[in-house]
Design a protein around this ligand. Structure first.
Ligand code: IMP
Ligand code: MG
Length: 184
């Protein structure tokens, strides 16, 4: 790969990057569209809570909330499923569970990527048990490998069956700060 993106990838140590999958401009444009749809969906909601699943969603969430034209609160949930590998272990571990009130609020869960569905399979029932007024999921990427009990209402892009990094997504904690999404 030879391009400004490849040069940048090398600078941050992502030498093994095979290709750019979602360029920066494409992500930006899609995030704005999603923000508009979310704004329309929740207009009139007095109590929106945007809950980001860390760490992968941190950049997406930061960009997304700035496109939502409504009052809202932000909090985070930390779950881990991958360890250092490239294949989901299927085991989801909570590292941080927010004490923020969920009951009777409109909760929008923001996820970086849905792969095998284990994370959503654990987090969604956990949140529903806290009796939100509504619960919707917004995922930047969806690999469409599985059908979820609760599919995200908003999906940025269908993702290819490749291991993706950048824009929050990591491999063994590296490459999260790549400003575009590439495949390793
Ligand atoms: P799932 O639980 O199998 O659906 O996997 C979801 C989690 O695995 C996401 O929140 C990501 O943190 C991670 N993940 C899944 N696919 C990828 C990928 O292609 N690159 C980086 N992380 C991924
Ligand atoms: Mg991860």
């Amino acid at each position: 790969m030879t391009s400004p993106e490849a040069e940048l990838a090398r600078t941050i140590g992502a030498d093994g990057l095979r290709r750019v999958v979602f360029p920066r401009e494409r992500i930006e444009a899609r995030v704005v569209q999603m923000g508009e749809e979310i704004t329309r969906h929740y207009s009139g909601s007095p109590d929106l809570l945007v809950l980001g699943l860390l760490k992968g969603s941190f950049i997406f969430l930061a960009d997304l909330v700035r496109t939502i034209r409504l009052p809202l609160h932000v909090d985070f949930l930390i779950a881990e499923s991958y360890g250092a590998g490239r294949v989901s272990s299927g085991e989801v571990r909570f590292v941080y569970d927010p004490s923020v009130r969920i009951e009777n609020r409109d909760v929008l869960l923001v996820e970086d990527i849905v792969d095998g569905g284990s994370t959503m399979g654990v987090v969604v029932p956990l949140l529903l048990g806290r009796r939100p007024k509504s619960l919707e999921v917004c995922a930047l990427l969806h690999k469409r490998r599985v059908r979820l009990a609760k599919e995200p209402r908003w999906v940025g892009f269908d993702a290819p069956e490749e291991f993706l990094v950048g824009y929050g997504l990591d491999h063994a904690e590296s490459f999260r700060h790549l400003p575009f999404i590439g495949s390793l």
